[in-house]
Each structure stands twice: as C-alpha cells, then as structure tokens.
Design a protein. Structure first.
Length: 260
C-alpha cells in the first residue's frame, strides 16, 4: 500500500490492502470485529470485538470480548508487544507502527495501525557516558548474539560461541570460540549480572542478549557493524524502521510482552 501522509495527529488503520485504509483523527474512535469471516473496521455497532481510540501521539485499545487476548506488536522495535486481555478497556499503545492480531491460526486475523510520530519532550543534552563501547570487539560479539532476534524476533535460540565465531569470520573478523567466550564473560560483568552457582554458559548468553535488547543497547542499526549475509536472512530485507512511513505488509515478530 502506498499513501500520502495523513492529516496531522491522526491514526491510520490498514486491513493489509483488503479495503481502503481508515483514517482516525485525534479524539475519534472506531470499532473492529468480524464481518463475513474477515476482520472489519468502522462505526457499525455489529463490530463487537473491540475499539480503537485516537489519543494524541498514541492510541487506546479495548478488548470487548469475554474470552481471548489480543496481541499488539511493535513492528519498528525489536519486537515488543502488548497483550490486551478480554474485558480490558482503554489500554494505551505507545507504538508508532503496530500489528493487531485477534486470534491465533490461519486466516484473516490481523490489521495494521499507524500512529503519529512521537513528539520529543526535550532535546537530548548529549551528557553521560555510554555503557558499552560500540567500536569494541566485545560489542561486535554482542551484536552477533542479538542478530537473530533483531532480524526475526520470533527466534528463541541465541547463537553459540562457535556460531558467533563463524559469523565474525564470515565478516572478516577472525575470532576463535575461546575468545568469544572471553568477551561474553566480560559482557556479563560489564552489564552487572551475576550468574547463580551452577548456571551454564548458555545462561550467560541468554542474559546478555535479553538485557541488551531490553534496554536498546543493541538496535537494528548496529547490525551494520557485522557486515555480510546472515544465513537464513530474507534477501533485500532491511532491519530497523520499516521502509515507507505508511507502507503496509511489514513483517515483524514479537519479543517480551508488556502485560496489561
């Protein structure tokens, strides 16, 4: 879908090309539900699954059902999502580009919501010292560990030291498995984590990846620090912000939920 920029402070709801997008000005609301087996959005009171309210630079999601949880995924981040449980009303959604999924399974069960870009509250002062040195070798190791989840946030497995070493070698950075383990140990200390007695190296890898993504220490733009094609990566896919502010069909998966 290609479309000109909508009116300022409005929310755009796209049914992924199945029908014209619905533009929702600030302060207005719209219902959604099923019509003839497909999701529909509009003012029809027969649409009883839920409601969306435009509110400034974010929007509110209501689940009017008595059973079932709706999932709102952030398509521009590292895959955060908000779960809106049955009966919850007015849950604030801070994402600028979201996929709303109502049911699990095949068929037409989702739509996309484009919200206004957030207004900054103040200009950054440039102060503070970065926690991690983005020009260091240990940061490249961290990027390799985070890479699968940044490219496909549904990926659960974190690369092993041998896989990280192979990935760096393919990028022209010769680093052995032992050296990778050394950098992982350093990252554990740098991030202030303490492995409980008996925890495996896999625990260390999972922990540093979780912290790095949770606090945006590694972001999609950092993937350029480890050049080269990633095995299994979709050709031509660019990580990070979805190309085209109002381009439909973005394909992001999810990571830790914000339970509401």
């Amino acid at each position: 879908m290609s479309r000109a920029e909508p009116a300022a402070r409005s929310v755009l709801i796209s049914l992924d090309g199945r029908s014209p997008a619905v533009e929702l000005p600030d302060g207005d609301s719209v219902r959604f539900g099923w019509r003839a087996g497909e999701i529909a959005v509009g003012t029809d009171r027969a649409l009883t699954a839920g409601r969306i309210d435009a509110f400034g630079d974010y929007w509110l999601m209501s689940n009017s059902g008595t059973a079932g949880t709706y999932c709102v995924e952030n398509l521009e981040g590292a895959g955060e999502y908000v779960k809106v449980r049955a009966g919850r009303a007015g849950v604030p959604i801070p994402f600028e580009l979201s996929r709303v999924t109502l049911t699990v399974g095949a068929g037409s069960n989702s739509f996309t919501v484009y919200a206004p870009e957030h207004r900054p509250t103040a200009q950054p002062d440039g102060g503070g010292i970065p926690l991690l040195d983005e020009e260091s070798r240990y940061f490249q190791v961290l990027v390799c560990l985070c890479e699968p989840r940044l490219l496909d946030c549904g990926a659960a497995a974190v690369p092993t030291p041998a896989q990280v070493a192979a990935r760096l070698s393919a990028a022209g950075v010769p680093l052995g498995r032992s050296a990778v383990n050394y950098h992982i140990d350093y990252l554990v200390k740098k991030l202030g984590t303490a492995a409980p007695r008996g925890m495996t190296r896999a625990w260390k890898r999972d922990t540093v990846v979780t912290l790095a993504l949770k606090f945006d220490l590694v972001r999609p733009e950092h993937l350029g620090l480890v050049p080269g094609r990633v095995p299994g990566r979709i050709p031509g896919r660019v990580p990070g912000r979805v190309p085209g502010r109002f381009a439909g069909g973005a394909d992001r998966a999810a990571r830790p939920a914000l339970h509401v």
